[in-house]
Design a protein around this ligand. Structure first.
Ligand code: ZN
Length: 281
């Protein structure tokens, strides 16, 4: 039988969630993870002795975030502690297969949580929690996700190979996010194109591409790029012709003002001021 461990991630102190895609400003309630198990770096731990003891066992990752004066604790992920890379004396990156819960689960009001908190001495990491009453509660939550059972990459992979696998997983995760975003933004994209009358919003642009069926071709660009966490929402989207779109993405862009209704700055030395299209309900 596997033993259970707990590791704590203080998001308020570290200023990010365990998943780097989310900065601390992200509302936890809006987080929606893919629960496919992946092999990656999950946490770091300081004491090698504790890591060796925990190796091969399961670990619950709990995230704390201060909201007003209260710290809210969330059950974030479950992974198997499989390997570690020593960065320095007090920093070891912990690798293994596991997955995030689809949504972080708020623990503060769960039965036995207060006792658990004091037993874990306010969460000083990598603690064996197998025999604590609250762990049964954590285990019951874990029925929602696939239990990480096996080594994903061949254990004989070199450190470099493992790091490449980790990077690949990271890229794949970003691609999934981008695809989800693209699938979900059709409605707003079409609304913007129609409202702009299929004309480029860049000042004085007259570009027009007529398609074979008589309709017009136009593109919609993200002001804050998708890869940087930009969302397909009003205030972050511009209707642009393909040339201006590419110039916007690859040119020398300086933004002076960006509000929900206005964007101004310089693009390759040209001043621009654009009224952003608002969504009137
Ligand atoms: Zn244009």
């Amino acid at each position: 039988m596997a033993e259970y461990y707990m590791q704590y991630h203080n998001a308020s102190k570290l200023k990010h969630y365990p998943d780097d895609a989310f900065n601390i400003k992200t509302e936890v309630e809006t987080i929606n993870f893919d629960t496919t198990p992946t092999y990656k770096k999950w946490v770091y731990a300081s004491k090698k002795k504790n890591i060796l003891e925990a190796k091969g066992n399961l670990c619950f990752l709990i995230v704390g975030k201060k909201v007003n004066a209260q710290t809210k604790f969330y059950l974030w992920s479950l992974f198997r502690i499989e390997d570690f890379h020593e960065k320095n004396e007090t920093h070891n990156d912990i690798f293994g297969i596991g997955c995030n819960f689809q949504k972080p689960i708020l623990l503060n009001n769960s039965e036995h949580f207060k006792k658990f908190q004091s037993d874990c001495a306010n969460f000083v990491g990598f603690k064996n929690i197998t025999r604590l009453a609250f762990t049964q509660k954590l285990i019951s939550y874990s029925s929602q996700i696939p239990i990480p059972e096996t080594y994903s990459p061949n254990p004989s992979f070199s450190l470099e190979e493992r790091s490449l696998i980790t990077q690949k997983n990271e890229i794949e995760r970003k691609l999934v996010q981008i695809e989800l975003l693209l699938r979900n933004d059709r409605q707003i994209v079409n609304f913007l194109k129609e409202t702009a009358n299929y004309k480029c919003q860049f000042p004085n642009c007259t570009a027009e591409i007529l398609m074979g069926d008589g309709s017009k071709y136009i593109e919609v660009a993200h002001i804050n790029a998708v890869k940087d966490g930009g969302k397909s929402v009003h205030g972050n989207l511009l209707v642009l012709c393909p040339n201006h779109h590419k110039e916007f993405d690859y040119g020398n862009l300086k933004i002076n003002t960006h509000t929900s209704s206005k964007l101004s700055g310089q693009l390759n030395g040209k001043n621009f001021e654009i009224e952003l299209i608002m969504h009137h309900m």
